[in-house]
Design a protein around this ligand. Sequence first.
Ligand code: PMP
Length: 445
Amino acid sequence: MDGSTAIKARDGTPVAMDNHWMPFTPNRAFRAEPAIVARAEGVHYFDPTGRRILDGSSGLFTTPAGHGRREIAEAVGRQLMELDYTPSFLRGHPRAFELAGRIARLMPPGLDRIFFANSGSEAVDSAMKIALAYHRARGEGQRQIFVSRERAYHGVNFGGVALSGMVNNRRTFGIGLPSAVHMRHTHIPENRFSRGEGEHGADLAEDLARVAATHGGESIAAVFVEPVAGSTGVLVPPKGYLARLREICDRHGILLVFDEVITGFGRTGRAFATQAFGVTPDLITMAKAITNGAQPMSAVAVKRAVCDVVMNAAPEGGVELFHGYTWSAHPAACAAALAALDIYEGELLFERAAQMSAYFLDQLFALRDIPIVTDIRGIGMLGGFDVAPMGNPGQRGHLLQRRLFEEGVHIKTTGDAAIVAPAFVMEAGEIDRMCETFRTVLKAL
Ligand code: PMP
């Protein structure tokens, strides 16, 4: 089976499908029934035959301003002709500094030191290393334990996998990972069908106090949480939960890290979830929408006080942080990010996300009357719903995703949960069409 039917090379000759080992994909099943997208514009993908598919995921939470934004493409093209590459080791370029300043302005006061990487996973591992470096610089090198949560997703590099709470991502490898202890997740039955933050469960933050009591607060380096756990089904925190985590971190000198790879850049209706929930962490990781999906890029925003400790511990004239990537602050990515931020700000897209959210969540929560829908959650332009399992866990969710694609709607599912993340530019009529398609397909399942 080489499944060479669907794909053509640029010269029109058929292309075999078995050389590309696709990530997080049942590759053998995919080759038998390939789902290919060949073009994208606005809130739609198009398959090679020109069939239109509504993008209910903004790519993969990457593309809130819609696909095919000419301003970004042109900025990248211009940048590549002006300066295609320079290593950020020792050689700066203007756009990297400009972008760092623009991102700093979106951050809570004090989180204004910006470290660049290329993916969410790299941002998470960078944040872990910055936390370790900070504690060592203060003479607290014994702080080696990380705390995160069940049902967390923090990427796939060694650090991020250790933090994550998704069993398949860990057990495939069965190898030594950095030391991480998992608190419980906050997806509790008492909060079913809660819109925004649930009323129940703030006390789950006390898990951190228990971990500190068991392992010693002085041995914990940092706590990593997604303010809203995205990839595992949109788990919005209960009211007061994040503030309690902050308090416990402060009590024990533990750094609090918000992984805002999904929630960053307007997804919750505010620039970052830190503002939506009114809790300020010490570090924030971001990726995805930083370039509206047009270039790979990520960043870690670090509190100035944390950065200063690391800087001042290094010998005069010496490198402060022995960490970085060939592509850190790649000029094309910086140009894409600056153009994306111009669009977000020029078109007031974060404000638009806040406004459209009410309509989007109304339509999503209207699915509540369908018997197989067992929970619905959401905040901003991010929603999730669960379907009752049928057969093996995840089977019905997978079927839902496939049927929706056949019916012309693309969304991501995880297990038996659906994740809906429309572009902020999606119109009410398109939200209607998407939710009507959910209804039709859910009823047929
Ligand atoms: N952290 C979070 C919260 C994420 O949602 C993701 C990706 N979905 C990652 C990290 C990893 O990002 P990437 O796939 O770009 O490595």
